[in-house]
Write a protein that binds this ligand. Structure first.
Ligand SMILES: [Zn+2]
Length: 174
């Protein structure tokens, strides 16, 4: 099991536990089940089992939870700031899972903004990689110069790609 999976399992277990306690208190107090909460649990937390939701809130069967919450039809303003309205329309949890199960935040992006943000993230990652590569190249160049000039600097241990052996260099590269 991966660490991420273990963390997710742990989080789901905590939600289950909190849901059970809360649901049982409602039952004891003979309070009605808050439908918005039920809806959020059912449609935004696909990892939480419908069966668990049912038993926590004293609902007879998982199917009855589905009947209570109804299909997932929502509209929201796109978080990408394009001014468009996005909508979510899902009839079943299986369909939600199949569509990638975008969580409670990520679905509030239109396809264009989702794509644009992904491209921007990639560009940022590329810029970082490029900068690191450039810094490495500059370090190597300094080392080559030090070797060429026959100096034997003495401050840091370094090993550089393509340069045999381990070298000492000063922090200023001389
Ligand atoms: Zn958008």
């Amino acid at each position: 099991m991966t660490e991420a999976q273990a963390r997710l399992d742990q989080a789901v277990e905590e939600v289950n536990e909190a849901m059970r306690r809360y649901g049982h208190r409602l039952l004891l107090d003979e309070e009605p089940i808050p439908l918005p909460l039920l809806r959020a649990l059912y449609w935004d937390y696909l990892e939480v089992g419908a069966r668990q939701i049912a038993t926590s809130f004293g609902i007879r069967a998982a199917n009855d939870v589905h009947r209570l919450v109804g299909p997932d039809r929502r509209t929201a303003n796109c978080r990408g700031g394009c001014g468009r309205t996005v909508e979510r329309n899902r009839a079943s949890r299986a369909a939600a899972q199949a569509s990638g199960g975008h969580g409670s935040r990520s679905w509030r992006l239109c396809d264009d903004c989702r794509e644009r943000l992904a491209v921007e993230e990639q560009a940022t990652a590329d810029r970082w990689a490029q900068r690191h590569a450039q810094e490495d190249a500059e370090d190597r160049e300094l080392l080559h110069q030090a070797i060429a000039s026959g100096r034997k600097p003495v401050a840091r241990f370094v090993e550089y790609e393509g340069v045999p052996g381990t070298w000492h260099i000063d922090d200023d590269g001389s």
